[in-house]
Design a protein around this ligand. Structure first.
Ligand code: 13P
Ligand code: SF4
Length: 302
């Protein structure tokens, strides 16, 4: 087994030399999340941090759409992604042509695209959203109908809380679709005191059986505030590993589903992009202008 510590020390040194800041999503491996990241968060927090942080170079320890969003908001900075295999099943679920076809089918209806999409899809959308501001963005548009792509479960989560008619798409997250009602029932049978909190990318039956539904950071904040004695976070299970040590009085019980895309980011990959300046994220200018407008509008409205 290779020891992690020499690699972590090398990354810290390269980071200083390159005047870089490392951003990590809540699903990153604990060695990355605790060992080398400077700033951590959910998709919305990472987008805001990418805009605000002072650094010549950003290393995005997350998936490709997160690095693209950072680049859209910080076009003058180098944004490095340690693996271009770090994709997302939701981003793969819809193309710009699909969005154009929806617009033809529903003329005049605004399009909200989940931030888990390519820059090319964002460029043909009116505005983006994340799991933490989806309802707010949909309602801020002031339209009686909204096209909401591509995650049908997040769309359902919004639809259950608003009068706005939601037209959606058949996209889904390979990680969250693993969880089913039977998992929640089994948890409640084994741990009668347990609180079950779920991400809105889960099936409707899971969301409806949960005590709370929210973005990854909203789930962490809920545990910090409510201090349940026992909890199950129904989301990518690395996150519980990352935060359990902050809450020693809380017992975490976790059906586990791991994001194969997030796992493409490794300490070796981070070291390599910092050493070589490789992994540069670039967005074609023809796409970047429209995509930036959709992301900037989201930040204004949320
Ligand atoms: P959050 O914005 O809630 O962190 O979600 C990102 C994601 O990819 C969930 O699967
Ligand atoms: Fe995409 Fe799902 Fe992985 Fe999040 S957990 S990055 S939505 S595949």
């Amino acid at each position: 087994m290779t020891l992690a510590w020499p690699l972590i020390a090398e990354i810290r040194e390269l980071k200083r030399a390159r005047e870089a800041v490392i951003l990590a999503h809540n699903y990153q491996h604990p060695l990355i999340f605790h060992g080398v990241a400077d700033l951590r968060g959910d998709s919305l927090q990472l987008a805001r941090l990418a805009q605000e942080v002072e650094a010549r170079t950003l290393v995005m320890c997350g998936v490709h759409f997160m690095a693209e969003t950072a680049k859209l908001l910080s076009p003058k900075r180098s944004v490095l992604l340690p693996s271009f295999e770090a994709g997302c099943s939701l981003a793969d679920a819809i193309t710009p042509e699909d969005v154009r076809a929806l617009r033809r089918q529903y003329p005049g209806v605004p399009v909200v695209s989940y931030v888990n999409t390519t820059a090319a899809v964002k460029a043909v959308s009116d505005v983006c959203c994340t799991s933490s501001n989806a309802l707010k963005i949909v309602e801020a548009l002031g339209s009686p109908r909204v096209i909401f792509v591509p995650d049908r479960h997040l769309a359902g989560h919004v639809a259950r809380q608003t009068e706005v008619e939601i037209i959606t798409w058949e996209g889904g997250c390979v990680v969250h679709e693993e969880f089913r009602l039977a998992d929640i029932e089994a948890l409640r049978a084994s741990y009668p005191q347990i609180k079950v909190i779920a991400h809105p990318e889960c099936h409707a039956e899971v969301q409806e059986a949960a005590d709370m539904v929210g973005s990854t950071s909203a789930l962490i904040d809920w545990v910090a505030q409510e201090k349940p004695r026992e909890v199950a976070m129904i989301t990518e299970c690395t996150m519980s590993d990352n935060v359990a040590s902050h809450f020693p009085e809380v017992a975490f019980h976790q059906p586990c589903s791991i994001c194969p895309y997030m796992r493409k980011i490794t300490l070796e990959g981070i070291r390599d992009v910092l050493r070589d300046g490789s992994g540069q994220v670039e967005i074609a200018p023809t796409i970047a202008a429209g995509a930036r407008r959709a992301v900037a509008r989201m930040l204004e409205l949320s």
